[in-house]
Design a protein around this ligand. Structure first.
Ligand code: PFF
Length: 455
């Protein structure tokens, strides 16, 4: 019988998968995308993309993982031995490894900001000064925290060490235990911050901007951006969902799980919007660009400093960001660890160390690409930007396309139906619709994202 690890409880399984999905994509990328794509119009499209494309593609990944009870490469080998489909799995492992190497750096920043919020360093020299000066102070701090050659490296290494500590514990005692505590904490913090933000003067204006649909803003590029955001924020194409589903027990209801995960991820994005848009409207900062790093490290601290109990809100927010980043980082690290564990039959310990120790070098290079290595360019991009672009623009759509074509056309007939019905013991009226989307609609739209990236 298989000795494959499994999640211990339903709650833990959902918490871990939600933990992976809810990451910097929701908290950091979503508001910026929403702002540059017309606010509420984008939200609507994003919701549609999550529901009608994200869920079916998620189910394709779940079916591969749970059906084979194997890692991202092993699942393709299991269903199509002797064929080349395992290359799709190998690309997902490559994507996950490269994403992990720069994600550790970003996750390190969140910890650095958390420490500086609690210690007060972030707010030194901000008493009683106006908007322009505040922006100057926070931009200078961002330079110091991110673009200096020592501090970000230390925090990146710390993050890798924390990940190793958790991942050595394995699926149940590491990932699941972490998620069981962190996910409820994340939702509590979000709820508290939503209430605070919605009570600010003029908050209604921000809510209106975010929630009242304006259909005139919808065009082809909004649709494609919404689709890209939906796929990224559900962790599709990274091998994570295949790997996690291989730890799902045979009686887990996949459709229900995918809907729960998608809803939780949507809920977080909406709550983040309800924190950020009212706050920036209320303080008249809505014309500042919400581009990821500036939003989180300059605009939000400016808002916190104007609130009573600035350090408390700041610490809570950076705990939120850190928790989101940490649970995502362990999930992405699990992809390559599981692969070498299953393929090479290495112990958990050897696999974890063999995958994460080299990161100390690769991630350090990424961290330094904001300082000492900023002149090192690959195709005109810094190391960090190159890894980000290469994975999100090329590898992720390619893997999702491969997964859809494989599950839709080449995997054993009935793989999807068998998995969605738990081998015929459940009723799954939607499985035909999902198959239709996986076969025709999703590949077409993913191909469009791909082409759009080159236009
Ligand atoms: N869904 C994740 C997010 O929104 O941040 C995507 C992700 C990125 C997962 C990076 C894991 C990761 F390391």
């Amino acid at each position: 019988m298989s000795t494959k690890s499994e999640f211990a409880s339903k709650f833990g399984l959902v918490a871990a998968t939600v933990g992976s999905a809810v990451g910097l994509g929701n908290v950091w990328r979503f508001p910026a995308e929403a702002q540059s794509n017309g606010g509420s119009a984008f939200l609507l499209l994003y919701i549609l993309c999550v529901l009608f494309l994200g869920i079916p593609v998620m189910l394709a990944e779940f079916s591969l993982g749970r059906g084979s009870k194997s890692d991202a490469i092993g699942s393709f080998l299991h269903f199509s031995p002797g064929k080349k489909w395992w290359i799709v799995g190998a690309l997902s492992v490559l994507a996950s490894y490269l994403i992990m190497s720069y994600y550790m750096v970003v996750a390190g920043w969140t910890l650095e900001y958390l420490v500086e919020s609690i210690g007060g360093g972030l707010y030194e020299g901000t008493a009683g000064i106006g908007h322009e000066e505040l922006r100057g102070v926070f931009s200078a701090k961002m330079d110091e925290y991110i673009s200096s050659p020592v501090r970000p490296v230390i925090y990146t290494l710390l993050l890798i060490a924390i990940n190793i500590g958790i991942l050595l514990g394995g699926v149940q005692k590491g990932i699941e235990r972490l998620s069981n505590v962190m996910m409820p904490l994340l939702f509590v913090i979000l709820a508290v911050m939503c209430v605070v933000s919605l009570m600010l003067p003029n908050a209604g204006e921000g809510v209106k901007y975010f929630l009242a649909p304006d259909f005139s803003k919808i065009n082809a590029s909004t649709v494609i951006n919404a689709l890209g955001q939906a796929f990224f924020s559900l962790s599709l194409g990274m091998g994570i969902l295949i790997t996690f589903a291989s730890y799902y027990p045979r009686d887990t209801r996949l459709t229900r799980t995918s809907v729960t995960v998608a809803m939780a991820s949507l809920l977080v994005a909406v709550m983040v919007g309800l924190i950020i848009f009212p706050a920036i409207k209320s303080f008249g900062l809505d014309n500042e660009p919400l581009e990821g790093a500036t939003l989180v490290f300059v605009t939000l601290p400016e808002i916190f400093v104007r609130l009573p109990l600035a350090q408390l809100w700041s610490a809570l927010f950076f705990i939120l960001l850190f928790v989101a980043a940490l649970t995502s980082s362990v999930s992405i690290a699990e992809v390559s660890i599981a692969t070498v564990q299953d393929r090479l039959k290495w112990s958990r310990r050897t696999a974890t160390l063999a995958m994460l120790l080299p990161l100390t070098v690769i991630s350090t290079l990424c961290a330094l690409s904001f300082s000492d290595l900023s002149s090192v360019k690959i195709f005109g991009l810094t190391i960090f930007d190159f890894l980000d672009r290469f994975t999100t623009d090329i590898l992720l759509p390619l893997v999702s396309l491969g997964v859809c074509i494989y599950v839709g056309w080449f995997a054993p007939r009935n793989l999807l139906r068998d998995q969605l019905t738990n081998e015929g013991t459940l009723h799954s009226p939607m499985s035909r619709v999902f198959l239709l989307i996986i076969r025709y609609i999703a590949p077409l739209l993913i191909a469009m994202i791909f082409i759009n990236n080159y236009l």
